[in-house]
Design a binder for this molecule. Sequence first.
Ligand SMILES: Cc1cc2nc3c(=O)[nH]c(=O)nc-3n(C[C@H](O)[C@H](O)[C@H](O)COP(=O)(O)OP(=O)(O)OC[C@H]3O[C@@H](n4cnc5c(N)ncnc54)[C@H](O)[C@@H]3O)c2cc1C
Length: 453
Amino acid sequence: MTDEGRRSVGVVGAGLAGTSAALGFAEAGFDVTLYSDKDRESLRDKVPPTGVGVLFGKSREWDAEIIEDIYDVGNTSGISVRLHSGSGEDRTDVLEFNPDYGYVAQAVDLRLRADDRLGRFLDQGGRFEVGSVDVDRLDEIAGSHDLTLVATGKGGLSALFPVDGSRTHYREPQRKLLQVTLTGLDHGPDAFAYRSSAGGNHSLFNLDSENGEIFVGPFLHKDAGATWSFIVFAKPDGAWVPTIDEVDDAVSARAAILDIFTRYFPHDAPVIERLAVIESDPVSWLTGAVTPTVRHAVSTTRGGHVVAAIGDTAIAVDPVAGQGAQNTLIQVAELVRAAKAHDGAFGADWLEAEFEKHWQRRGRAAVEVTRLYLGDPDYATHLELSFPAAAVDTNVASALFGLLSEPNPLLTLTSREDVLGFITAVSGEPADDVLGRFEPAGRFGSAADRVAS
Ligand SMILES: Cc1cc2nc3c(=O)[nH]c(=O)nc-3n(C[C@H](O)[C@H](O)[C@H](O)COP(=O)(O)OP(=O)(O)OC[C@H]3O[C@@H](n4cnc5c(N)ncnc54)[C@H](O)[C@@H]3O)c2cc1C
């Protein structure tokens, strides 16, 4: 508590979670200090973005509780999905669909989002202390604040929070990741027009049953503006991993993307070839992997002070279903709201109860929808039924991608009958009739066809 009677909050780590919490708590009347291992310039210009951070629909409502929407580039209304299977002569174009989401998805450079939050926090007189926080310093911070939040991402101080084995499904990464942002194509109607009449209003999602997935989406880069963000999700035993392993700068990241498109998605390759690296941003790329992990989000420091984890420190998911940043913002917005309304101390019981509410509200569903999109064997039936149905009925396709915005309905689909019932309800006709109309795509439309015509 400060001399003026304001309750104090220490936030450690200035990524999306930390800057959102710092701004949210400051605006709610708390006295906030944000601790970061990097200064403001380094956070914005010297590190890659932690991820693409697409906010799919509903999470934007929570985000608006922290800061109003100040971005008008990077907004999309749907997605063009294509599934391929087999290799060599047996490779086939299996199915495609192009649903409107029914919501707006927004892809803004996480470094820009975090910097805008940090700037506003500083304008309000928020304190920003630069220096790596170790366990002793954390103990001091926790001892001198009413509430201390740890937002140091997947590494950092996360080891203070034990892994919750009952909520953690994997012991190792499920995908090897490559992320890069490229420039040279605007977001207008001609972008990928052979895929969808929506052009730059739709993202692309290419699935290869053996090797993984690629997401391509309109993106607001912090300096270059309207650009395209790529994420390769390579299956650990698939053929794309050696290509990703070669990447060590933006130029080789672009080369790896072009190589994978040329060999596996030739329909799109002529467009990808036109894209270039962003010269002003040598760290516009990253490679890595996430071990999906849920932690006990409340812990105590050496001196016995309570600390709580937010963002990736609490729940880290593979990015294939775009849940991490969304989950973070929902956790932070709800925590600010609850803390503002709470009169007592922020003890372990209160913090644990709040994390439990977050787990039930969103965390668990975020984990499960990620397992669905990873193709976890527990969801084999869901995928076997819903993808062909989506190819036949656009309402099913929208509902499938509606789960990225609101994943909770997935928790109610536990059996084959549930999934068939879902398809029936969404399509308005018996699921068997929908599935009976499915036919393999044959051959997808291609950028080369378009150039030729
Ligand atoms: C390839 C990829 C694509 C993604 N796409 C999406 C998507 O489309 N949608 C979505 O919702 N999510 C997505 N995500 C997830 C999203 O990026 C993360 O969930 C989110 O950025 C996590 O933010 P954070 O603040 O918790 O962690 P971080 O961004 O890792 O921030 C942690 C901060 O703490 C600092 N720090 C670390 N240790 C210390 C210390 N000891 N002392 C002080 N500071 C410290 C770090 O320097 C860093 O600034 C994606 C992730 C990846 C990898």
